[in-house]
Ligand binder design. Structure first.
Ligand SMILES: [Fe+2]
Length: 205
């Protein structure tokens, strides 16, 4: 994605947000240590275009980035993974070649943290917006003593946005769909085996 806001500024804004947000504005879904795991900056709406929450006012650097994304914003959440946390295998119906795309904006990312997706292990530094075909099962590991904080930006998939992303993500859509389906089926099969029940949770981003 073109352009960046200074990582230090964004990091400082996140610290401010984390100090000011009320407990009622934090979700603890999937938390293993009682800490919060997400806060909503733009709330999903049935009408499609998300509604900014008061929390977005404390992160103007994120609001500025959202204004430059050439697609309708559906929702934005800031996600926190605790030290040594693992978000196990799961998948979402999000990719630039289907209706909805997810962009990730790293805010605090220990070098040891990585996302396993398909045959890849990927990690990006603070400020580098990235995406993937999240129909493929993926797992997020934070093998460090520090928290991992990432902004999850869900948007319409538009040609203008696709033009800013690696072209291979939009290539061969039918083959991608087929391969993602096979990957999910393989994991579901694995999960159905004794001891494999924790392998996959759909939509637990
Ligand atoms: Fe995910």
């Amino acid at each position: 994605m073109p352009g960046r806001s200074p990582p230090i500024s964004r990091d400082a804004q996140f610290e401010c947000l984390d100090q000011k947000a009320a407990e009622s504005q934090r979700s603890h879904f999937g938390s293993t240590d009682g800490s919060w795991t997400s806060m909503t900056l733009v709330a999903r709406s049935p009408q499609g275009r998300g509604s900014p929450t008061p929390l977005l006012d404390w992160m103007p650097a994120v609001a500025e980035i959202l204004s430059r994304i050439p697609a309708r914003i559906r929702s934005v959440d800031i996600s926190r993974q605790c030290p040594h946390g693992i978000l196990d295998w799961h998948y979402e119906a999000q990719a630039i070649c289907i209706e909805e795309c997810r962009l990730l904006l790293p805010v605090q990312v220990p070098p040891e943290a990585m996302t396993l997706i398909g045959h890849l292990a990927v990690a990006y530094p603070p400020g580098r917006i990235w995406t993937g075909d999240f129909r493929f099962p993926h797992r997020v590991e934070n093998a460090s003593d520090r928290q991992r904080v990432v902004v999850l930006i869900d948007t319409d998939s538009t040609p203008a946005l696709a033009g800013l992303l690696p072209p291979e993500l939009a290539a061969e859509p039918e083959r991608r769909k087929s391969l993602a389906g096979k990957a999910v089926s393989a994991l579901l099969t694995e999960r159905a085996r004794p001891g494999g029940e924790r392998v996959l949770t759909q939509g637990a981003a």
